[in-house]
Design a protein around this ligand. Structure first.
Ligand SMILES: [Zn+2]
Length: 58
């Protein structure tokens, strides 16, 4: 399982199927080579992201 390093979402895929070094997050729009493969770290990122997102929307 792979996760977005910005928002912790598992909803990520390749930007281009031919270029498997670049990932794109369908939830927050992150694009990059770095991804998280540890579900516990992803959970922490997800919590922080949702908290911060809430602050911005308020
Ligand atoms: Zn994301």
């Amino acid at each position: 399982m792979k996760f977005c390093p910005r928002c912790g979402s598992g909803n990520i895929g390749w930007v281009l199927p031919q270029d498997r070094s670049k990932w794109e997050c369908k939830d927050c729009g992150y694009v990059g080579a770095f991804i998280i493969e540890d579900g516990e770290i992803a959970d922490e990122i997800r919590e922080e992201y949702i908290k911060n997102k809430g602050k911005i929307e308020d």
